[in-house]
Design a protein around this ligand. Structure first.
Ligand code: DOR
Length: 444
């Protein structure tokens, strides 16, 4: 008797846990039910993936969706539509909204707002502050909570843990991996005079210099190492941090962003002005090369976009009043596929960094690999398609990308979320069916 599935992907080049292989994939009840030659099996929906590569859907573990309070930049509907257009099937959202996400009620509010409006699955970080540090161990276990996020240096919004005593308390409360933005606030304050009265935007990387990042990362690793707390060092940007991190691999995992792997000073600031302004900053090519070396040598666990939309009107303010951050959830995959085509990393390594890696780092249940019983989340990509990234393609409410005009080879042509097609040929399709991510640490 032939087998029957809800969805059959026929003949794609699949990136499986064992490597790249041509296979059919059968999906039932939103899960991967069969992988291999599925011959005369039938399905409600069949997709000929013959000319395509089938990757696990991208899990972007650092995005700012701006809801509630900053919906003029982005909301859950626009931000997750951008995700789906870029082959992303899950996002982990940051707490520097208005209000900041610091309580159980804030987390529940975000989950309620996302219901019925998200085009991908979601989880939400709770922000650490001096005020909620005692309750972080309880907050991090709430449904749809991605864990605790710490800003060691001030960035967009008011979340900040700038002293070692409070940071040590954060690390002592709770057990899940803590995501940390490492810039040293005392040094940022000391050096602000460099840009305070107005400066060229390229000075952003001088004010928030490499030593600012190194100092914070060193402080974090020392404190986390001392108590054995797992930490995820977000958007690492410097050679010096990459030199420190191998000494802490029992507790520390590492993220880099596509923009820090692709853009470099001074060219980025010359071409893009304040659109290139983000925290931590885009640095020179020597630092960018160090990130690639770390990635090659297995030190980098995750590529996350740090999707941080601001309107062009806001970006047009004179530096340093212009806000830091750039959108990226929609361009993560095409930009990185272009690096694959240029021979800078393999497709298998990219999949590890964008799907299996985030699932491993955060203990996401049932996602990140094309494997029996896992969620049927896929990005179907045409590895040979040549396209030009443009502001017009961007679904994020901010309506621009720092990669406008970049010619890329490799493109996501369909996105499948738990067995349902949510994007095909550049348009979201069906319904926004995103649900809450589940985590191994808190399944109980
Ligand atoms: O450039 C940044 N923008 N870095 C951050 O840490 C926050 C982000 C934002 O929310 O705008």
């Amino acid at each position: 008797m032939s087998r029957r599935f809800d969805l059959l992907l026929r003949g794609g080049r699949c990136v499986l846990p064992a490597g790249l292989a041509e296979a059919d994939i059968g999906v039932r009840g939103g899960k991967v039910a069969a992988i291999g030659g599925l011959g005369d099996a039938g399905a409600e929906t069949e997709i000929d993936a013959g000319a395509l590569h089938v990757l696990p859907g991208v899990i972007d573990s650092q995005v700012h969706m701006r809801e509630p309070g900053l919906e003029h930049k982005e909301d859950f509907a626009t931000g997750t539509a951008a995700a789906a257009l870029g082959g992303v099937t899950a996002v982990m959202e940051m707490p520097n909204t208005k209000p900041n996400t610091t309580t159980a009620a804030d987390l529940a509010d975000k989950a309620r707002r996302a219901r019925g409006r998200a085009w991908c699955d979601m989880a939400f970080f709770v922000g650490a502050t001096g005020g909620n540090v005692e309750s972080l161990g309880d907050l991090e276990r709430l449904p749809s909570c991605a864990g605790v996020k710490v800003f060691m240096g001030s960035s967009t919004g008011s979340l900040l843990v700038d002293d070692d005593a409070t940071l040590a308390q954060v690390l002592a409360n709770g057990s899940r991996r803590v995501a940390v933005h490492c810039e040293d606030e005392p040094r940022l304050r000391e050096r602000f005079a460099l840009v305070e009265g107005g400066a060229a935007v390229a000075m952003h990387a001088e004010w928030r210099d490499a030593e600012t990042a190194r100092r914070a990362t060193e402080r974090l690793l020392r404190l986390a190492g001392g108590v054995g707390r797992r930490v995820h060092v977000l958007h690492v940007t410097t050679a010096a941090e990459m030199d420190l991190l191998p000494g802490y691999r029992d507790i520390a995992t590492v993220e880099v962003t596509p923009q820090h792997l692709t853009l470099a000073a001074p060219d980025a600031y010359d071409r893009l002005g304040t659109r290139a302004q983000m925290n931590p900053p885009i640095r020179d090519a020597a630092h960018r090369d160090a990130l690639w070396r770390a990635l090659d040598q297995g030190l980098v666990d995750v590529i996350g976009s740090d999707h941080a939309p601001h309107t062009l009107e806001e970006k047009a303010k004179p530096y340093p009043q212009s806000p830091s951050g750039m959108p990226g959830v929609q361009t993560l995959l095409p930009v990185m596929l272009d690096h694959v085509n240029a021979g800078r990393l393999t497709l298998e390594r990219l999949v590890d960094l964008t799907a299996a890696g985030p699932a491993r780092v955060y203990g996401i249940a049932g996602k990140g690999r094309i494997a029996l019983g896992h969620d049927a989340d896929f990005a179907l990509v045409d590895l040979k398609a040549r396209k030009t990234l443009s502001d017009r393609w961007i679904a994020s409410r901010c309506g621009w990308t720092p990669f406008d005009g970049m010619r890329v080879t490799g493109w996501p042509v369909a996105t499948i979320l738990r067995g349902q097609v949510v994007m095909r040929d550049g348009a979201v399709v069906g319904e926004p069916r995103g649900t809450a991510l589940r985590f191994q640490d808190t399944l109980a």
